[in-house]
Design a protein around this ligand. Structure first.
Ligand code: INS
Length: 613
């Protein structure tokens, strides 16, 4: 489309509809005939192929972090794992992911995105083989650390790759698909867990080993897929960059896009100077701001307690009356499915409402639903059933469990559980007894120690108390997922993939992904202690308060990045941190480079129009 055509072109959109959500954008010429806004609004299928194969990295991230809870139920019985070993096998993966995400920045800069994705899928495959064949717990630990190394590299590389190959109007959506794949991985892991719990011998080998399938698929897929054109340009491989861009854009005319990309990268390189990238990022205000925002978003994502809520969902469901272990496992899949489905809503919304509004709305809803969860736990604690039976054998009173007067302090003590009988939701014959050390699903002694053989209707509650307020907790859980998943789940990854200039992109994403994993470990490791000191409702009020802090942070600091070219981002962050001009905040203002608003429709000015071509 020639420049002259743009002079009189008006870009009309309904006020609620995003112009950048092409191809839905209608552009009319003076003659009133619809045209496409830019060549790139025609999305070549190849971009979706790239998105699918790279997002498999997200699937593996979700699968490997999610599958372990079900595998652990079988492993601890088969390998007689102590609590310490269970903790090690879960946390080692997340810890290794934190380290390799940080190291991934250097690897990305040196070898490129494609090689890093190949390395990650190779590591995932090797880890899957080690886990599936592990003869003992030590080898299992090696396997878990190995997959953690893969997760870290994938988690920082895939969003960057996706952002760099996507056309601007689809970037948000394609990077959000990466988070969709994370939640899909978590969901499939929970289904696999459910299916293989029926296989008492070696079921865990299938659970852990099955991750080899998507890993191998990604590895072979990426042998045939191209490097990011932006990375190639940065390395001076101009011919290759041009060829790749043309291939990704389905043979459309890429000259303008290519020239602009090259000029910007050259300018950035001149501007960026030499020395350690992290140091340069910290000493330059725009990149320092971007880094603060990127790391802050990842930190608040984890501090809002997503992984605790997901992990704790099985217990929440038990509180709500699901007493059977197997049923609880299947219902935990329903939680993972809800997380997945609402992330899908995020994919749909991101290019319609923009990153900032989506994140803000999500944070408000998340904070409120955490409050609902906390109130549910508070009411349950206040109406906690009393302990009515105390052992007559005084030698058994040496344990602290038998001294508690009600269920609440009993269940907060990780060594104890609540044994009771129930009659139309009235609790009677209740006692607080030590839990079995190897498997706390039964009491160490007494009528709840051998539940399958006891038929007096005794029930054993470990980690929760029977309550008639469980519906509030359940409501809180559903609301939490509905609000968190479309916004705070994906947006930290999406925003981080686009806010850094090319020279700082690998390092910026490595740091922010590292912050995500470090906060993930911190929140999971401290949850039980926090619950012990603050009780469950205290813990959820705390997460709610932290989410409100996150809301203030986003309100003050996150500009809208929707519709911006990656090369424009540095300018967006050149104001003071948390004091950019009002027009930067909302989605429409953010596109004021592209559009000037006239009476409800957006008019593309001459200069801007030629810039868009
Ligand atoms: O964005 C993802 C997603 O929300 C997952 O469900 C969660 O487990 C991860 O920690 C998070 O980074």
């Amino acid at each position: 489309m020639g420049n002259k055509d743009w002079n009189i072109i008006t870009l009309i959109r309904a006020p609620s509809e995003s112009s950048t959500n092409n191809p839905g954008v209608t552009v009319t010429s003076a003659a009133g005939e619809p045209e496409l806004a830019t060549d790139q609004d025609v999305t070549p299928v190849f971009v979706y192929v790239l998105a699918f194969f790279s997002a498999l990295g997200g699937f593996l991230f979700g699968y490997d972090t999610g599958v372990v809870s079900g595998a652990m139920l079988l492993l601890k019985k088969e390998m007689h794992l102590t609590a310490l070993w269970q903790e090690l096998l879960v946390s080692s993966t997340v810890g290794a992911a934190a380290l390799s995400a940080l190291a991934g920045g250097t690897l990305n800069g040196l070898f490129g995105r494609r090689i890093c994705i190949l390395i990650a899928s190779f590591i995932f495959t090797a880890g899957g083989v080690v886990l599936g064949a592990a003869p003992n717990k030590e080898v299992l630990l090696v396997g878990r650390i190995t997959v953690g190394l893969g997760i870290g590299i994938a988690s920082m590389t895939v969003p960057v790759y996706l952002a760099e190959v996507s056309p601007p109007h689809l970037r948000g959506q394609l990077v959000t698909i990466y988070t969709l794949f994370i939640t899909a991985g978590q969901f499939i892991a929970s289904v696999v867990d459910g299916a293989f719990t029926y296989l008492h011998h070696n079921g865990w080998r299938y659970m852990l080993g099955l991750s080899i399938v998507p890993a191998v698929l990604q590895f072979f897929g990426f042998l045939f897929l191209p490097e990011s054109p932006r990375w190639l340009l940065q390395k001076g491989l101009t011919q290759q960059a041009r060829q790749v861009l043309s291939r990704i854009r389905g043979g459309q005319n890429i000259e303008k896009e290519y020239d602009r990309m090259r000029t910007n990268i050259e300018d950035e390189e001149k501007d960026a100077g030499g020395g350690l990238v992290l140091w340069r990022m910290l000493t330059r205000p725009p990149t320092r701001r971007a880094l603060t925002i990127g790391c802050g978003l990842q930190m608040f994502q984890q501090l809002s307690g997503i992984n605790t809520v997901m992990y704790y969902s099985a217990t929440i469901l038990q509180m709500a009356g699901v007493r059977d272990d197997k049923q609880a496992i299947w219902l935990a899949s329903a939680t993972a499915a809800t997380n997945f489905l609402f992330t899908l809503v995020g994919v749909w919304l991101v290019e319609r409402v923009g990153r900032r509004k989506l994140t803000l709305g999500s944070l408000i809803g998340t904070a409120l639903s955490l409050t609902v969860l906390a109130i549910g736990f508070l009411l349950s604690a206040q109406h906690s059933p009393a302990v009515t039976l105390h052992p007559t054998d005084t030698s058994l009173n040496s344990t602290s469990c038998t001294l508690y007067g009600s269920c609440e302090p009993c269940m907060l003590d990780p060594d104890c559980g609540f044994c009771y009988r129930e009659n139309s939701s009235t609790v009677y014959d209740s006692s607080c007894i030590p839990a079995k050390q190897t498997s706390p699903d039964e009491a160490a002694w007494g009528r709840c120690s051998n539940l399958s053989q006891v038929s007096d209707g005794s029930l054993w509650a470990y980690n929760y108390c029977p309550t008639s307020y469980s519906w509030i907790v359940l409501l809180g859980l559903i609301l939490y997922l509905a609000f968190f998943a479309p916004g705070m789940g994906p947006m930290p990854w999406t925003v981080n993939s686009e806010i850094y200039p090319l020279w700082a992109r690998s390092t910026g994403n490595a740091c922010s992904a590292g912050v995500n994993w470090i906060c993930n470990v911190l929140v999971s490791l401290t949850f039980l202690h926090v619950a012990e000191y603050l009780t469950y409702y205290g813990a959820f009020f705390l997460y709610s308060g932290l989410t409100v802090l996150g809301l203030l942070f986003v309100l003050g600091c996150l500009p809208e990045t929707q519709g911006r070219r990656l090369e424009e981002m540095e300018a967006l962050f050149s104001g003071n941190l948390c004091s950019c001009s009002a027009s930067d905040w909302d989605g429409d203002g953010s596109r004021n480079i592209l559009y000037n608003r006239v009476k409800g429709s957006d008019v593309l000015s001459d200069n801007d129009a030629s810039d868009m071509e």
